[in-house]
Design a protein around this ligand. Structure first.
Ligand SMILES: [Fe+2]
Length: 187
């Protein structure tokens, strides 16, 4: 298969997660309110602003068998009550497909939930950290620091994103601040 030459080489900035090319998706707090443990707290926040919580830029050079897609994400620092700003999270449509995340800057974690065993893990994802997300695993990224968290993720081109399955019931556990530390708790 011929690859479009314009996506063979892309430049990026590790602090802003800006890419020279790619498809941008941005999520404001109002759009992901149901991802949080206590969406009602959003209504009580002392501002009329609707901040951008995260942005992902995806690069999809080609869609053939064996091809890869990748993206850069940035989650801004913030909290809703004790719960840190996070991504909506997803399973892959092709459930068996895995993904590798590499932390580029900032501090945070990935929340991993196996859809078969429901086993949940909280794995560090900051600068210098790599997380392997196995197949059949819902994954969400959480910024637990006071600066933006940026990361790179690469996945098979046929993976696809399924936000519905995990969106309906949400993750079983949450990462919240407790005694000043990121802590994994039951929802
Ligand atoms: Fe993914």
């Amino acid at each position: 298969m011929t690859h479009p030459t314009d996506l063979i080489s892309v430049s990026y900035d590790e602090l802003t997660a800006n890419l020279s090319k790619g498809k941008i998706v941005e999520r404001r707090l109002s759009e992901i309110r149901d991802s949080f443990l206590n969406p009602d707290l959003i209504d009580k926040m002392p501002t009329d602003e609707d901040p951008i919580v995260y942005r992902v830029t995806a690069v999809e050079p080609s869609n053939g068998t064996g091809d890869l897609h990748y993206g850069l994400g940035i989650i801004y620092p913030g909290k809703v009550g004790p719960e840190y700003f996070l991504t909506k999270g997803h399973l892959h449509q092709a459930r068996e497909t895995a993904e590798v995340y590499i932390g580029l800057s900032g501090e945070g974690y990935m929340l991993l939930e196996n859809e078969k065993t429901l086993e949940t893990r909280m794995e560090p994802l900051g600068k210098g950290q790599i997380v392997y997300v196995p197949g059949h695993t819902a994954h969400r990224t959480v910024n637990t620091g006071d600066k933006p968290l940026t990361y790179f993720g690469v996945y098979p081109a046929n993976a696809g994103h399924d936000y519905g399955a995990i969106g309906k019931r949400n993750f079983l556990k949450v990462i919240v601040e407790e005694n000043g530390k990121p802590t994994l708790k039951d929802r």
